[in-house]
Design a protein around this ligand. Structure first.
Ligand code: GLU
Length: 307
């Protein structure tokens, strides 16, 4: 098993918030923004913002800009320049090229993969049975590009890491993910590749994000190892769900955060803080909120025994 010792806590901290602009910022994304921002502040680190518009078809025009404007309204100023994934195609291509020997073209469609009955990965994706591993089957044409994961019996077939809050986690890539997609059938680079390339390019030492991505982390660590780039530390925060138990998203009808006054902005931040369990229940102004919130985050980390 490859158990990754992630970067130690130090004066060198680069965190990030990486929303996908498929819809305006909602209560769920604000929780991830707030947690990553506060973690960067208490570590006296940098907080970067990356707009993950790699899937250009699902990214609505102007939504990324709207997210940035809202962060500023809420008093969350990022460091450095915003990175837009739609402008990073050459970097993803270069990383893909560097993975030569580990990748292969795949001609299977969704239905064929589901029919293989290998099951569904923790993140809901169908586990790929490896049909095209040794070449496209006769009559098939390339749809996507995949990376090979180690075979089921190998020593290196498990990837583990220690989440700062959730603790140790191990995934068996062969049975829990299978060979995964790096370039999608629609021609867009896959999230798993883009996130690894960009976290490395931006020197990210600490990823703080929603727990819906915890199952993607071993795949990302696997890619980091193949690309010989460092593995950041990870902290996954709980995901906000609606009354039906669904993760908030544009698809599940999440309401946009659109404060019309400072009071409403503070109220939105306080709701996110309460969701995270921060010991911070009131603030009269944005300045008051930001004055108190970093200490409340430090206290939360201490209470949860987080590193
Ligand atoms: N873009 C992803 C999302 O909005 C987050 C990616 C990440 O933080 O790694 O869900």
């Amino acid at each position: 098993m490859t158990d990754v010792q992630t970067a130690p806590q130090s004066d060198h901290y680069i965190g990030r918030f990486a929303p996908s602009p498929t819809g305006p910022l909602h209560a769920g994304s604000l929780v991830a923004a707030l947690a990553s921002y506060l973690d960067a502040k208490v570590h006296r680190g940098a907080w970067l913002v990356r707009i993950e518009d790699v899937d250009e078809e699902r990214s609505a025009t102007g939504v990324g800009e709207g997210m940035l404007a809202l962060l500023q309204t809420l008093g969350m100023q990022w460091d450095g320049e915003v990175l837009w994934q739609s402008r990073r195609k050459e970097a993803y291509q270069a990383a893909f090229d560097a993975l030569a020997g580990h990748t292969y073209p795949c001609g299977c469609n969704r239905r064929e993969i589901l029919d293989s009955r290998l099951g569904i990965a923790p993140d809901g994706a169908a586990i790929y049975p490896g049909t095209c591993r040794h070449g496209l089957a006769p009559g098939k044409t390339m749809r996507s590009l995949r990376v090979r994961v180690p075979d089921a019996e190998g020593q290196a077939d498990r990837v583990g890491f220690t989440d700062r809050m959730a603790g140790p986690m191990v995934q068996h890539l062969a049975t829990q993910s299978g060979d995964f997609v790096l370039k999608r059938a629609d021609g867009f680079w896959a999230y798993q590749l883009a996130v690894v390339v960009d976290d490395a390019a931006q020197g990210v030492t600490d990823v703080v994000r929603g727990a819906d991505l915890i199952d993607s982390t071993p795949r990302q660590i696997y890619l980091q190892q193949l690309l010989c780039v460092p593995t950041p530390r990870y902290l996954h925060v709980p995901v906000v769900r609606n009354a039906n138990g669904e993760k908030l998203s544009k698809q599940t009808g999440a309401a946009a955060i659109a404060p019309g006054s400072e009071r409403e902005a503070v109220a939105a931040l306080l709701r996110s803080a309460a969701f995270l369990g921060l010991p911070l229940t009131r603030a009269d102004s944005l300045a008051g909120f930001w004055h108190a919130a970093p200490d409340a985050w430090s206290e939360l980390l201490r209470l949860r025994g987080a590193a």
